[in-house]
Design a protein. Structure first.
Length: 195
């Protein structure tokens, strides 16, 4: 009976300790200042004409109605460039998604990557091709001027870059030197060939 009471007391103390530790962890998590983060999306369409197609280099240049050239290089082999002929009209629908967030120094961040073309969507109509480009970049916070909404970031090679911070970014005052800023941008370009 005495042994049973000792075990009950031990388990009661263990449960109480676990409960107190969980409450402490929750309070600590609640007290952690939220780091700034922002997600932006946009979509727009441009009418253009196929200006150049290089099948070997996997690149295409489209010239819009204002004469501005839009060149896409290193296009994934799955993208059927043979659908595009010089002089043919196309409509480009460009969707962009940008995610920027900060993580405390020492936390794991995604590996830096150069712009890469991921590929084309499958099952599309014959007149449409899709190019998907993605870019990940991680920089380190050097200085934060929350009052004037300016930030100095260090690129991977140590080059400083001073930038204004847009008004829709909240919790800027919680950003600290040494924090990592992760920027992830994805751009989807749907090119529909005119009939």
């Amino acid at each position: 009976m005495k042994t049973q009471n000792v075990f009950l007391l031990f388990f009661a103390l263990l449960a109480f300790t676990l409960m107190v530790n969980c409450e402490k962890a929750e309070k600590a998590e609640q007290q952690m200042p939220e780091k700034p983060s922002i997600e932006r999306t946009s979509e727009y369409s441009i009418h253009a004409v196929v200006d150049k197609v290089d099948y070997e280099k996997r690149s295409v240049t489209l010239r819009d109605e204002e004469g501005v050239a839009h060149t896409f290089q290193n296009i994934h082999p799955d993208v059927p460039l043979e659908k595009l002929t010089i002089g043919k009209g196309v409509t480009m629908t460009i969707s962009k998604k940008e995610l920027n967030y900060a993580v405390k120094e020492g936390e794991e961040v995604p590996a830096d990557e150069e712009v890469r073309t991921i590929g084309a969507k499958t099952g599309q109509e014959d007149r449409t091709i899709t190019i998907i480009q993605a870019q990940n970049m991680t920089t380190t916070v050097k200085e934060v001027d929350a009052v004037n909404r300016m930030i100095t970031l260090l690129m991977e090679d140590g080059t400083p870059m001073m930038l204004p911070v847009q008004d829709d970014v909240e919790n800027l005052e919680n950003l600290e030197p040494g924090d990592k800023v992760v920027s992830q941008a994805t751009q989807v370009i749907m090119i529909t060939i005119d009939e």
